[in-house]
Design a protein around this ligand. Structure first.
Ligand code: GSH
Length: 470
């Protein structure tokens, strides 16, 4: 539904400056990925992506009265032309206009001055037209609109609402597939700070795929990704010495993850996130959804994996893994972000309540068995681990998850040490990057970027988890 209605709504709204080919490109960007046909649950996610990333313009109506109080003079073609040239010359200023438009606010002062020079009804139309042209041009790749970041994903009620990932292709063991599982063809872009990327790294290590699939980590702290707007995001260092662990992009020579997405899709205006599974041959993003990347790593690369016998998603535990994942993703993995990015008390309270209820449940499960789905390590454990390992060092302070520390949960704490000590896993945990990233990348949460001193936990310390496997 979204697929067919969006482009035509835009078409009707926009002025003749927008070319037919740009409209076709935008229409193409709304085509649902092929996995939609295969997975109804993802379909619902995609529908949300397309409707939230590129909302139909009629959702952004502002009351005309917002523009009435301004003084009105006769509009001239020159003024309109000046408005259009400001649009090109001052993108950050224009963003402010578009932000106001999207949030049903009066336009910022510079634009008030300009719009005030035209009659109020023309002002209103001009305001809508400029915002619409800007939105559309960015979607069509002709203007560098600021990319979004997680801090922008907060609803009117103040709750954090993560947008779904957009590249959802699959690598297949079938050699005739578009993305066949062959050694040396794929590259994984990660941040050591990111829990979602770290779970992919954990799989590379556990499955013995790190010789077949290379990887690069970005620098830990977000930086400006473009001079012409104020987006903050992942960047590569100029050399390998800047931030040990982070390296320059070895294949595309780009400075930012944002540029990788723009190579893959000229119409990409979403969040430039990691992980990114990159196809070096087709120069595109195969997939940027870690829950799918780990499933591919588990099952599709076995012919080239050093540890093909390890199945972290065995069929007999599938239902139990999915059940644990449902609990852990919403309340814990994403739950800590909901606590940290909430902008109002109620959504924070709700997120904290759900987080601790889920942690209590996990503690209870782990008081009876070594891992979340029995006495065998599964995907569910890797997914839980990446959040637990960051909990006391970062989330307890930075995201206000301080009702109880991980160290106060004996089973969860020992379980975290147990997984950390599995060969290969500790190399995926770079606490320096983790601490630098969170405390240094969210100015609205920690404006002075001060990194707290503690607690520097030793996850190599002894634990008691073997008792369940005896
Ligand atoms: N659903 C994605 C989420 C990835 C994600 O949100 N990554 C964060 C880092 S932890 C990111 O890259 N954020 C960029 C930003 O907020 O601008 C996945 O699991 O792969």
């Amino acid at each position: 539904m979204v697929r067919s209605s969006l482009p035509s709504q835009r078409h009707a709204e926009l002025n003749s400056q927008v070319s037919e080919s740009a409209i076709r490109r935008e229409a193409h960007s709304h085509l649902p990925p092929s996995c939609c046909q295969a997975n109804a649950r993802h379909c619902a996610h995609h529908a949300k992506t397309y409707s939230t990333q590129q909302p139909p313009l009629q959702n952004h109506e502002i009351p005309r009265s917002h523009l009435r109080p301004f003084p009105t003079f006769r509009a001239t073609p020159v003024l309109l032309a000046t408005g259009a040239s400001h649009l090109a010359a001052f993108p950050p200023r224009f963003r402010a206009l578009q932000h106001c438009y999207n949030n049903k606010l009066p336009p910022p002062p510079l634009w008030v001055g300009m719009l005030g020079l035209v009659p109020s009804s023309s002002s209103y139309l001009l305001y809508r037209r400029l915002a619409a042209v800007r939105t559309f041009s960015a979607a069509a790749g002709s203007v560098n609109m600021a990319a979004r970041s997680a801090l922008d994903e907060v609803t009117d009620s103040g709750a954090f609402d993560r947008s779904p990932s957009t590249f959802r292709n699959f690598v297949s063991r079938d050699s005739s597939a578009r993305f066949p599982a062959v050694p040396g063809r794929y590259h994984l872009y990660v941040s050591y700070a990111c829990p979602w990327a770290s779970r992919c790294l954990a799989y590379l290590k556990l499955k013995g795929l790190d010789n077949a699939i290379s990887f690069t980590s970005v620098k830990p702290i977000f930086e400006r990704t473009r001079e012409t707007d104020d987006h903050l995001g992942w960047v590569f260092p100029a050399t390998g010495d800047e931030d040990p662990g982070a390296d320059p992009d070895p294949f595309n020579g780009v400075k930012t993850v944002r540029e990788l997405y723009e190579i893959a899709s000229t119409s990409y205006t979403g969040k430039p996130t990691v992980p990114v599974l990159w196809d070096k041959q087709l120069k595109t993003v195969v997939n940027n959804e870690s829950s799918e990347i780990i499933r591919m790593f588990n099952s599709e690369f076995n012919e080239i994996a050093e540890n093909p016998g390890l199945d972290l998603n065995p069929p007999h535990l599938q239902a139990s893994i999915d059940e644990v994942n449902d609990l852990v993703y919403d309340a814990i993995n994403n739950g800590v972000y909901k606590c940290g990015f909430a902008k109002k008390q109620e959504p924070y309270d709700e997120a904290v309540r759900n987080l601790y209820e889920a942690l209590d449940k996990c503690e209870e499960i782990l008081s009876k068995q070594r891992y979340m789905c029995g006495n065998q390590l599964t995907e569910a454990d890797i997914r839980l681990f990446v959040t637990l390992i960051r909990f006391d060092e970062v989330y307890a302070v930075h995201f206000k998850c301080n009702k109880k520390l991980l160290r106060e949960y004996p089973n969860l704490f020992n379980y975290t040490k147990d997984i950390y000590q599995i060969p290969g896993i500790s190399s995926t945990v770079n606490m320096e990057h983790i601490r630098k990233h969170y405390y240094g990348s969210h100015p609205s949460i920690n404006p002075y970027r001060i990194v707290p001193a503690g607690p520097n936990i030793d996850y190599n310390a002894t634990h008691d988890r073997e008792k369940y496997s005896l």
